[in-house]
Structures are given as C-alpha cells and as structure tokens.
Design a protein around this ligand. Structure first.
Ligand SMILES: [Zn+2]
Length: 262
C-alpha cells in the first residue's frame, strides 16, 4: 500500500461505553490506549478506572445517564425530563467531579431526554462552559442533541455504528466491517462497544485489521483537532450545510429494536 493510500483510508474512534459498574470491566484496559473509555459516574469503579486511564494516557469521557423511553433506570446521577435546568447542571457538575479527567461526554440511554430541547440546551451550555465535546450515542433516531450542540457552539459527533448490538460474532463482524467502510468513505467514523468479554475478545482480535487497511485508530478528541476541527467549525457556520460532505449525514446503521428505547 502506498503512503497516499494510507493517508486516504480514514480514521476510526472507538468508545467503550458503560465502564465502571463491575471489576470485570477492567479487561478493557488491555485494548490499545487509543480506545476511549466512557465511564458511568458514581459507580463502584468510576474513580479507579478514570485514574488508571490517565496513567495509560487513555482518553476518558463521562457517560452521562439520561432518561430513556422504556423507563429503565439508567443509573446514579441520571438526568430526567422533570428536572429544572439548575438541577440538570448540578447533576452534570457532580458527575464531572467524579470523573474529573473527562474531556467529553456521551449519553447513556437517553432515548427520551435527547429528544427534548430544554434539557439538551442546558446540557450543551454546561459543556460549552467547560470546554467538553459531545458525542451523541444516538439511542433514538429522533435525537435532537447534536443539532442543539451545534447551535450552542459545542463540538460534537455521533455514533456511527454499535459494534455489539448482539454478542454474536458474525453480527459484530458485520458491524465492524460497516465501521471500516464508513471511515473509508467519509474519512472518519465513531464506533461504540461495551465491556462484555465477547466484545473485548472480538476487538482485541480485530483492531489490528484497521491498521492493515490503512485506517488509523484515534481517541475521540482527535476528531476535533487540526483539520477536522476547522472543518467542523466551518460546517457549523455554513447555512445551509453542504450535504455532499456533511459527516452528520453518514447513514445510520439500520434501526435495531434493542436500542430503540434506550
Ligand atoms: Zn451506556
């Protein structure tokens, strides 16, 4: 492969969500340090995992629990639709105090909350104030979070592919191939997985394939640095947005019912 091909093949940011509930999640630390961890606040291992990530030079995000349509309890520190803006800000502040090295956030569940303007505006104004980026986990196709992030001047992205909708290896392979295709076609793609033993084993085996395909594994914040950052800022200022190159318009993975109400 020529250098030109390597440069053109794209970049992938991979996030491991839901870190912090169990000791077993620590197996994820065996993944390359370019893999970003999204840690759940106020969980038994949130502080420890956040510190260990720092030692490894691994990027950490705050995986912020938000109300879902299904009514499943997302966990400690959840933001709900009934909260006034002041309380939402308090929840974010308290979660960030638990994971102080977080440089960005993404939503844990949130299929209800990410559709609501006021809670999202409050969230984005907090992120702007603290210089944090936002990644929309896209637990609903109706999410307004990324749009509201743009309006508030928060740099953002969205999940392109969930690696482990199911823990079946052929399903994971299909999702991984999809992630690579999006990166090759649109230059950058974001995948999300979870610290299930099967997912971790799968990623351990497959991540080296990225490099062989000329795809660079990057921490999430690299999406917003250098060229990418100026591109994103230009995109946010443009009105209307240039649809032909808008990364926001990368086709979503087919709606899979298990995440529809998360
Ligand atoms: Zn989650």
């Amino acid at each position: 492969m020529t250098l030109a091909n390597v440069c053109q093949a794209g970049e992938v940011a991979l996030i491991i969500d839901d870190m912090g509930n169990t000791r077993a999640d620590e197996k994820a630390f065996n993944l390359p340090a370019q893999v970003t961890f999204a840690i759940l606040p106020h969980t038994p291992y949130s502080k420890e995992f956040s510190q260990r990530s720092d030692i490894q030079g691994r990027e950490v995000m705050l995986h912020m629990p938000m109300e879902s349509l299904a009514g499943t309890y997302p966990g400690p520190g959840t933001i709900t639709s009934s909260m006034v803006p002041q309380l939402i800000t308090q929840k974010l502040q308290s979660a960030l105090t638990d994971i102080p090295n977080a440089v960005g956030i993404n939503n844990h569940m949130g299929s209800k909350l990410t559709q609501l303007t006021l809670p999202m505006e409050t969230t984005m104004s907090f992120l702007k104030q603290h210089g944090l980026y936002f990644v929309d986990s896209r637990t609903t196709r109706y999410s307004r979070a990324e749009k509201i992030a743009h309006e508030n001047g928060v740099v953002s992205w969205h999940r392109n592919v969930f690696i482990d909708h199911t823990l079946n290896e052929s399903d994971m392979q299909r999702q991984f191939d999809r992630l690579m295709r999006i990166a090759q076609r649109y230059k950058r793609a974001v995948g999300i997985g979870h610290p299930h033993p099967k997912t971790l084993r799968f990623l351990q085996q497959r991540l080296p394939l990225l490099e062989r395909a000329g795809i660079k594994l990057i921490p999430v914040s690299d999406l917003f640095s250098g060229k990418a950052a100026s591109y994103l800022l230009a995109k946010q200022k443009d009105s209307p947005q240039p649809s032909s190159i808008s990364v926001s318009q990368v086709p979503e993975p087919g709606a899979i019912s298990t995440t529809g109400t998360q």
